[in-house]
Write a protein that binds this ligand. Structure first.
Ligand code: C2O
Length: 638
């Protein structure tokens, strides 16, 4: 059974953030909880001392001031300062202690625009702390995360922590126009929440329009003694592997054409794929600025005999990505923060937003370089892109001393072939997501309420092709957010929520008469069944905020209610992002134990922008009692 949360944790008022902490804009600062005044003084003293030393040796300039996009955007991407050293930054220390007492971990994020060339092709990127891809956020279950966001970019932003429950802090979910008003350029906002009752692999990303695909994303890893007891003795080292697609222009540049009349849901096709933010590209294919020496591949350095936990995160805007490593089996042990019974595959499909942990043993002897593959599935692309080589590659390199080995390369090659190719002469063992079985078994409780959502793309007025859920297409509220609006209505309503509590669609007057907010209200801590019918020919990776849901059943065609009594509820897979096939359906179930407003949406950025999003308003009486910080409300009053 999911944890009881009848008691909503008191939301903690934000304390003024320590200026000595927020003045530094790279890397995490660890701060014990509670931070006493004395400790803050000591911290301030330490920081002053560091700054003095830094200035004394003449390298302190970057440490003592905020970044400003104007003076930080280099004229070209020719130097590679913009590239995050993922071999170091995405390597989880084997010494990490998941049993430490809960603490507060502070991260400072400065959003800005830079010129970068992840695959050699120079373009403007929107990034955090001047680097691409974004920094790792790492903590233990039970820790408090404090993320100070300063928006030095030219557009608004908000940072969402994908898969984090935010139970009791729905206003920290980071979803523009839903859980908050976006952070305008030049402003800041502090995310402050406790990570409770969950662990595993997650990610953070901008939730303002399609902004994350311009570079505003990074991994989140939550450690837990519970998971370590299950898994920790099965691997030696762990790395994060971000699987992405990549466009050569800013996302906004595509939006207009995509949503224009006569364009029948022809999504922009990516120009490349990236593994940990890098990939090869042939610069001679384009006339624009392109640095061939930066068209490089990520190298994962393995030591023979060791076992690695790779945390895969599909951070793409659009593409399904098939992951594999030539000649190496993958043992799946986690999906979306749910530990699963070990499942061995050769190749596995990842949908946008999904995460998987796989164990890989460096047990080969024939050679010491192997291709790691992130194959973009082009069959879902409506158009051709001649620039795109969908077979994104990185290198797995067996070395004696990883600390002194190169971790990005333009020259290192492999001659291995993909699983399933004739050379290997084996049948390729693909991941069938129905084979995933949670290792901590849990029976799904019976449902109290049932909703059906029909999703489709429809050509309506002016021949504009938009996405609809039960006849409504989502358009972000402007100048407000649904949670802000609901909170204002509910908290002044002295306990009478009858109309809002009615099971079903919330009247739009609660959302400033905005007909584009399709909202279903769930009154109590009910067990909710959602049947999602995908009436479109394309597959959609649906993501629900604030929860993990049980995947009770899915298929092609239509769901017959006769199946309802025959569902296997013994130990169904539980996750937060599920790919629903074209003309298919899925029946999912969740316990509405988390008050707030939670979107369910397709994670393909183009589709979300076309309106493929609806919202659940859960436990309105508890929403009324929330205690968001003043700066949260102020974002809607700017
Ligand atoms: Cu990964 Cu609504 O988000």
């Amino acid at each position: 059974m999911p944890p009881e949360t009848e008691k909503v944790p008191e939301a903690e008022k934000l304390t003024e953030s320590d200026p000595s902490v927020s003045a530094e804009d790279t890397g995490p600062v660890f701060q014990r909880k509670p931070a006493s005044k004395k400790k803050l003084l000591v911290w301030a003293g330490v920081v002053v001392l560091l700054v003095v030393i830094a200035i004394a040796v003449g390298v302190g300039v970057g440490v003592t001031r905020h970044r400003h996009s104007s003076d930080d955007v280099p004229a070209t991407a020719e130097n590679t300062d913009w590239r995050l050293d993922t071999a170091t930054e995405y390597h989880i220390s084997p010494k990490w202690n998941s049993s430490e007492p809960p603490t507060t971990r502070v991260y400072n994020f400065t959003v800005s625009e830079i010129l970068g060339a992840p695959d050699g092709f120079e373009r403007t990127l929107t990034v955090v702390n001047g680097k691409f891809p974004g920094p790792l956020v790492e903590c233990n279950e039970g820790d408090r995360l404090v993320i100070n966001v300063l928006n030095n970019g030219t557009n608004a932003t908000s940072i969402h922590f994908h898969g984090q429950y935010q139970n009791g802090t729905a206003y920290m979910d980071g979803t523009s126009s839903i859980s908050q008003c976006p952070i305008p350029a030049g402003h800041s906002f502090t995310y402050n929440f406790t990570v409770a009752d969950q662990w595993g692999t997650y990610w953070w990303h901008s939730h303002f329009g399609p902004q994350y695909q311009d570079g505003v994303f990074g991994p989140v890893v939550v450690h837990s003694p519970t998971e370590d007891a299950l898994l920790r003795d099965q691997y030696d080292e762990e790395y994060i592997v971000l699987l992405g697609d990549w466009y050569h222009s800013l996302a906004d540049a595509y939006m207009e054409k995509y949503l224009s009349s006569g364009n029948e849901n022809t999504e922009p096709v990516p120009d490349n794929g990236l593994i940990n933010g890098a990939a090869f590209f042939n610069c001679s294919d384009v006339d624009e600025t392109c640095y061939q020496d930066q068209a490089a591949r990520t190298v994962f350095n393995f030591v023979h005999g060791k076992t690695y936990r790779l945390r895969l995160i599909n951070v793409a805007a659009f593409a399904e990505i098939d992951f594999s490593i030539d000649d190496h089996e993958l043992v799946i042990v986690e999906a979306d923060g749910t530990n699963v019974e070990p499942l061995t595959v050769h190749k596995m499909r990842t949908a946008v937003g999904q995460r998987y942990s796989v164990l890989v043993t460096a047990n080969q002897t024939a050679t010491d370089t192997f291709w790691m593959r992130g194959q973009l599935n082009t069959y879902c692309f409506a158009e051709n892109n001649d620039l795109l080589d969908p077979n994104t590659l990185a290198v797995v390199h067996y070395v004696a001393d990883p600390a002194n080995a190169t971790n990005i390369t333009t020259t290192l090659d492999a001659s291995t072939s993909a699983w399933g190719n004739t050379k290997n002469n084996v049948l390729c063992k693909d991941l069938n997501t129905t084979d995933l079985v949670p290792s901590i078994s849990e029976v799904a409780p019976d449902a109290d309420i049932f909703f059906r959502l029909d999703t489709s793309f429809q050509i309506k007025a002016y021949a504009i092709d938009l996405a609809y859920i039960n006849g409504t297409t989502w358009v972000p509220m402007s100048g407000s957010s649904t949670l802000y609006s609901a909170f204002n209505q509910l908290s002044t309503q002295s306990g009478n929520y009858t109309e809002l509590n009615a099971t079903g669609v919330v009247p739009s007057k609660y959302y400033e008469n905005d007909k584009h907010q399709y909202m279903i209200s769930i009154q109590n801590r009910s067990v909710v069944d959602i049947l999602i019918n995908n009436l479109d020919d394309g597959a959609h990776p649906f993501h629900l905020h604030g929860y993990k849901f049980w995947v009770l059943s899915f298929g092609q065609g239509t769901f017959h209610h006769s199946k309802y009594d025959k569902l296997d509820k013994k130990n169904p897979m539980k996750r937060d992002t599920l790919q629903i096939p074209g003309y298919g359906w899925a029946l999912i179930r969740f316990v509405a134990d988390n008050p707030g407003i939670w979107p369910l949406h397709c994670h393909i950025t183009w589709h979300m922008e076309a309106g493929l999003l609806m919202q659940f308003q859960v436990q309105p009486d508890k929403i009324a009692q929330m205690n968001p910080p003043d700066e949260w409300a102020e974002l809607c009053e700017l």
